[in-house]
Design a protein around this ligand. Structure first.
Ligand code: PMM
Length: 302
């Protein structure tokens, strides 16, 4: 059945029988959607635990904002922000993902108890990244990425965004496999908003089946992104602020779960946690012996 076709299991991580919810803890002063709110260690750890209490299955900890135009933090500062939060959450039994483009941060986070590495550059920003993840035997999120946006968004030009993102992701997956990361530990992500405008993001969400066709678990990270602001405001009005995009985010979570995504990455957990659970219950209620697809004719449609 197409709605169940997504790969849902990642080696080395717990198995969830529905789309998982990854809650976001940005330990940054400047992230576009929640910057500055969880900036010290104890506040960040508490926020991560709150997200788990609200239904998050895993927590993604990041110490560097990836928003367009953000300047890079130096390595020492990123380590200072991230490692104690990873350690604190892992010590509480939380499945922790580390959101970093630096091999050193990934390596130290894995040693501190992180279970997976989420690299928005898909291993392109730091040549040591793939080797570090491979050596640790950790799962790896390969996001579609066309580079840093210094000098304007010249890379966000596509003729067929779905085909190009799928092809480029496929090439990155080949590279990480060649680098020694096991195929059953590779997760793919379309990188919504990265060198992409609202129309690109919507086109990708409309064809998640194409990305699932890559044969790897799919992570969808739409939370509070610009394209949602665009949709909510319409063409002329100013978009609502990031924190007023959570209901829209939950709608994307439901659709992603329905399409077969492995996980959704969200800032506000409760609505998405509810959404993926309702989708799962509906999918479970669909009797396999009563197909309703058109190829089964009138029998199935009754
Ligand atoms: N987006 C952001 C940060 N990390 N990780 C993955 N895998 N996919 C994304 O699309 C992604 C990410 C930027 O959003 P934030 O500033 O709210 O964290």
């Amino acid at each position: 059945m197409s709605t169940h076709s997504g790969r849902r299991q990642v080696a080395g991580l717990p198995h969830w029988d529905r789309c998982a919810v990854m809650g976001v803890v940005n330990v940054t002063p400047d992230s576009f959607s929640d910057g500055g709110r969880w900036f010290d260690t104890s506040t960040a750890v508490k926020h991560g635990l709150d997200l788990v209490a609200q239904g998050a299955d895993l927590v993604d900890v990041g110490g560097e904002s990836t928003r367009p135009g953000a300047t890079r933090v130096d390595e020492a500062e990123e380590l200072r922000r991230v490692i104690p939060v990873v350690r604190g959450l892992a010590a509480e039994g939380v499945t922790v993902s580390v959101d970093t483009m630096r091999a050193s941060v990934a390596e130290r986070s894995l040693a501190a108890g992180a279970a997976l590495v989420n690299d928005v550059s898909g291993g392109l920003a730091d040549p040591a990244m793939i080797g570090v993840v491979a050596a640790a035997g950790a799962p790896f999120v390969v996001m579609h990425w066309r580079g840093f946006l210094e000098g304007g968004n010249v890379r966000g030009v596509y003729e067929d965004v779905v085909a190009e993102v799928a092809d480029e992701l496929h090439a990155r997956v080949e590279a990480v496999l060649e680098g020694g990361i096991a195929a059953d530990r590779v997760i793919v992500d379309p990188g919504l908003g990265f060198s992409k405008d609202a129309a690109h993001d919507l086109a990708l969400l409309a064809r998640l089946d194409r990305l699932l066709g890559l044969g790897h678990p799919l992570l969808v990270a739409a939370s509070r992104k610009r394209f949602l602001g665009r949709v909510l405001a319409g063409p002329d009005a100013p978009p609502p602020p990031a924190r007023e995009r959570d209901a829209a985010t939950a709608a994307v979570s439901a659709l992603s779960a329905r399409a077969g995504a492995w996980a959704v990455r969200v800032h506000e957990v409760r609505a998405s946690a509810d959404a993926v659970r309702v989708v799962h219950a509906i999918q479970e209620a669909r009797p396999d012996d009563h197909p309703t697809s058109p190829e089964h004719g009138a029998e199935g449609a009754r």
